[in-house]
Write a protein that binds this ligand. Structure first.
Ligand code: CTP
Ligand code: MG
Length: 227
């Protein structure tokens, strides 16, 4: 059975709201609640653990733990509180537009590849990406057909994730995603094609876009009521 960890303990500096990002409202619900509600619908998830900013009021139906100083430390604390469960799904509260369908596809992809240590949601990059030095001069244009922008959810075999997180605080602080911790020790990570709608809320503009995506979803649902 899968255990799901949601990391929601960041301060949300770039969003510049009056509270931690995970508690900012999106269409009437705190950001973190959207991910909780999506993951509750996923077949095979037995428990949800959320790493929250210290002092957060209780969230119903999930286990809450205080987050750490950096993202991967929050993952480590949530995993420690998770009890049993394998594989482990890790998701950022900053991606509230997650669907149960995407989470199920990432879980299934890992289950179907016996050699893989992790499966991660990602989309092919549409912008041209260049390497630029400190002086602002372009040194290289990367081959776009090989580039994917990585999202969460990321699903891990539990032993691989535990091993990956068992590193120094310094290494942990360098990790912007947990899959990198697996790659650097030679583990196999596979991508699962996701939608651009699974966007990350970083700035106030992202929050506006998220509102529009939700409005689009509910008008589609009104036109096509579920059978
Ligand atoms: N996160 C966390 N613990 C931390 C830092 C980040 O649980 N110490 C979580 C955030 O809550 C978020 C996810 O990791 O869901 C991705 O981080 P990011 O988008 O950078 O969020 P913040 O760190 O909150 O935002 P900012 O960097 O703008 O302060
Ligand atoms: Mg951050």
């Amino acid at each position: 059975m899968t255990v799901a960890l949601i990391v929601a303990a960041g301060s949300g500096e770039r969003l510049q709201a009056d509270r931690p990002k995970a508690l900012v409202e999106l269409a009437g619900r705190p950001l973190v609640q959207w991910s909780i509600d999506a993951l509750r619908e996923v077949a095979g998830i037995e428990r949800i653990v959320v790493a929250v900013p210290p002092g957060t009021s209780p969230l119903s139906g999930v286990t809450a733990v205080d987050g750490g100083a950096v993202r991967s430390d929050s993952v480590r604390r949530a995993l420690a509180a998770a009890g049993g469960g394998d594989p482990v799904l890790v998701h950022d509260a900053a991606r509230p537009l997650l669907t149960a369908e995407l989470a199920e596809r990432v879980i299934a992809a890992l289950a179907h590849d016996r050699d893989a240590d992790a499966a991660i949601a990602a989309t092919p990059v549409t912008d041209t990406v260049k390497r630029v030095d400190n002086a602002g001069t372009v040194s290289e244009t990367l081959e776009r057909s090989e580039l994917w922008a990585v999202q969460t959810p990321q699903v891990f075999r539990r032993a691989a994730l535990e091993r990956a997180l068992d590193v120094s605080e310094e290494e942990l602080a360098r990790a912007t995603d947990d899959a990198w911790l697996i790659e650097r020790s030679g583990g196999k990570v596979i991508v699962v094609r996701a939608s651009d709608e699974n966007l990350k809320v970083t700035t106030p503009l992202d929050l506006q876009v998220a509102e529009l995506v939700l409005a689009g979803r509910s008008s589609r649902a009104r036109r096509q009521p579920p059978a």
